[in-house]
Design a protein around this ligand. Structure first.
Ligand code: PLP
Length: 319
């Protein structure tokens, strides 16, 4: 296990489990949480599944709502969990429409609202402060899917006001998902789910007579739906965060790389293909694909002017 650690139990990944606990705590602190329950997952989909699973344990049979710009997997995850799902219309900027949301809430059967902070197609940011205010009136759980946008918390000051306010209130969500394998500079698969209330760990309680021998400390398998999980992902994330701590300074270093290009050019055409986009997007956040500088081997192969099939990813903000 020393060369292939398994973070299910400390028995299989003593150092890598500790690294996961530390790395996840740093991510939680980025969102303003000093206490939390959380762990890494194979990716955003599984992380969202865990968040909605806990939500379903707390409000069995109640509906899950997400905007029509939310990731398609929320509908499918809800079906797997046998929770009714409904899609809420979004406005012209791709943000959840609050009147449409309140129409659904008036029906009195909503257990969870998924707020997307950084939608996959548009980079739009749902109006989290207003959704939280509705939570006070109607009583539901707020899950933030920041799989793609979560690291923008570090540069919230640079965003437009609605997006900034959404990231500044993210600490009031009940659960958050962020994907280190998106803007956290990690290889696949590395997602992360976080819960504000550590007591939801009770839902994960199980007996496992064949693991958990060598330590009385928490084993991550005790708070995860998956059994075996790659310790290597935790080691890589921990090392990255040591090198580039989760601070605004480190994130702007990553974003200001000279090889980063925005995905749209000034005429509204896709920067990579030149195709005209159907409409000019006005996203709150932009994910850009980067140009690889020609490496000697690529040059030798005559690939000098082609994009690498493995796009570098970096962040841009849009006022
Ligand atoms: C907002 C959002 N949620 C969830 C997902 C799913 O994440 P994954 O592909 O890591 O399962 C994505 C992926 O693009 C996403 O953008």
């Amino acid at each position: 296990m020393t060369i292939n650690p398994n973070n299910h139990a400390r028995d299989g990944g003593r150092a890598s489990s500790q690294m996961e606990i530390e790395a996840v705590a740093h991510i939680a602190a980025m969102f303003g949480w000093q206490t939390h329950l959380g762990h890494l997952t194979s990716g955003g989909t599984f992380a969202n599944l865990e968040a909605l699973w806990v939500a379903g344990q707390l409000a069995p049979g109640k509906r899950v709502l997400a905007s029509d710009q939310a990731h398609y997997t929320h509908n499918r995850i809800s079906a797997v969990l046998q929770l009714p799902f409904a899609s809420v219309a979004s406005d012209q900027q791709g943000r959840m429409e609050l009147n449409a949301l309140e129409d659904e809430l008036r029906q009195g059967d909503v257990g969870t609202v998924v707020a997307t902070l950084g939608s996959t197609a548009l980079g739009s940011v749902d109006p989290l402060p207003e959704i939280l205010a509705l939570r006070d009136r109607y009583g539901f759980r707020v899950h933030v899917d920041a799989a793609y946008g979560g690291y923008f918390r570090l540069i919230a000051d640079a965003l437009d006001t609605p997006a900034r306010l959404a990231f500044e209130t993210i600490d009031q969500a009940d659960s958050i998902v962020v994907d280190p394998h998106k803007h956290g500079l990690q290889p696949y698969g590395c997602g992360c789910v976080l819960f504000r209330d550590p007591s939801v760990g009770r839902f994960y309680k199980h007996d496992s007579p064949y693991t958990y021998f060598t330590s009385h400390e928490l084993h991550l398998g005790e708070i995860s739906l998956e059994c075996s999980r790659a310790g290597a992902s935790a080691v890589a994330l921990w090392a990255t965060q040591q090198l580039l701590p989760l601070t605004p300074a480190a994130s702007s270093r990553a974003a200001s790389r000279p090889d980063a290009v925005p995905p749209w050019n000034s005429t509204g055409a896709c920067a990579m293909t030149g195709d005209l986009l159907p409409s000019q997007p006005h996203p709150n956040l932009i994910l850009s694909c980067g140009r690889f500088k020609p490496a000697p081997r690529r040059r030798a192969l005559g690939l000098r002017n082609k994009f690498s099939p493995i796009a570098l990813r970096s962040t841009y903000t849009w006022r």
